[in-house]
Design a protein around this ligand. Structure first.
Ligand code: ZN
Length: 305
């Protein structure tokens, strides 16, 4: 597909093209799927900055669950996504052409428990929620249990959607959870639970979400993909605390005090995926039973735009 001169799309025109949809201008547009969580703020920030700088347009497509988002990514209805990296690894393992081109964020996860749980040992026999088996939240929970010599078999694990978790904890249906933010901060602000562990206390340089692009998009739009990834990494650097809160308030329907608390736990300033950190993820994915055959760094991570 030939590159069309960037200046063709001005803001108003871009909006109307989004509305009616079609292919003649797709080479000036990149469709990115996301969930409204703090973990996707770098991509949301990029969308704001990108058109201004390059004339290319990011069309953000919001989803309500990881499964819906993965359907769109796997079937090529979007060009990329900010997504749990384990879900993308699983798709890659199953033959879908995807590349992880950057981290979604640095740190930014917490394990939230009811106020009576004081230590990893106290998790024994409890019911803990995660969003998906293929997630760093599952890994972090396994890491916490390992600190006390426990395994996932010593607790009850349940999968819930992020929005259900704070109220499930408040009602006593579950004893804790680990999930994308700001849903951990939400329970703290409701006084329904507390932070038992921050992710960096369990797993230094943890990976969680990644910016993932389809091989098809990278092959057909290499220059645009490079411009987008460069802009994305720069947007991460631009996310100062103030800017992060502003972007979060714009895109996430959450109270300011919840966002302010949650944003203390996360940063975005260096979103490169290093081979060392990825290899630690591979070990954890294997040892905790998420996958027996995760994709290798060389096959799945693209750092060489
Ligand atoms: Zn994440």
């Amino acid at each position: 597909m030939k590159k069309i001169i960037a200046g063709l799309i001005a803001g108003v025109l871009a909006f109307s093209l989004t509305a009616c949809g079609k292919k003649s201008d797709d080479s000036n547009k990149i469709k990115i799927a996301y969930l409204p969580i703090t973990h996707s703020l770098a991509v949301l920030e990029t969308a704001d900055e990108f058109a201004e700088k390059t004339g290319l347009q990011v069309e953000l497509v919001k989803y309500g669950s990881w499964n819906e988002l993965m359907d769109a990514l796997n079937s090529g209805r979007v060009d990329g996504a900010s997504v749990l990296i384990e879900l993308a690894m699983k798709s890659k393992e199953q033959g879908i052409g995807l590349k992880a081109v950057a981290l979604g964020h640095i740190d930014g996860n917490v394990i939230i428990t009811s106020n009576d749980i004081q230590s990893a040992e106290d998790l024994k026999g409890k019911t803990i929620a995660i969003p998906h088996r293929q997630s760093s939240h599952n890994i972090l929970l396994n890491d916490a249990l390992a600190m006390a010599g426990l395994t996932i078999d010593d607790i009850n694990v349940t999968e819930l959607t992020p929005t259900e978790m704070p109220s499930a904890l408040a009602s006593g249906q579950i004893d804790g959870y680990c999930v994308a933010e700001p849903f951990g901060a939400k329970a703290v602000s409701l006084n329904a639970g507390k932070v038992l562990f921050k992710s960096e206390e369990l797993w230094e340089n943890s990976l969680c979400c990644g910016l993932v692009l389809t091989d098809k998009f990278i092959e057909n739009n290499t220059d645009n993909a490079k411009a987008f990834v460069d802009s994305y990494k720069q947007a991460g650097k631009n996310l100062t605390k103030e800017k992060t809160l502003e972007t979060a308030e714009k895109y996430l329907s959450q109270e300011k005090e919840v966002l302010e608390l949650s944003l203390q736990w996360i940063s975005y300033d260096n979103l490169d995926i290093t081979e060392d950190d990825y290899n630690i993820l591979i070990e954890k994915v294997k040892s905790y039973g998420l996958s027996e055959n995760p994709p290798l760094y060389a096959d799945f991570v693209k750092n060489d735009f």
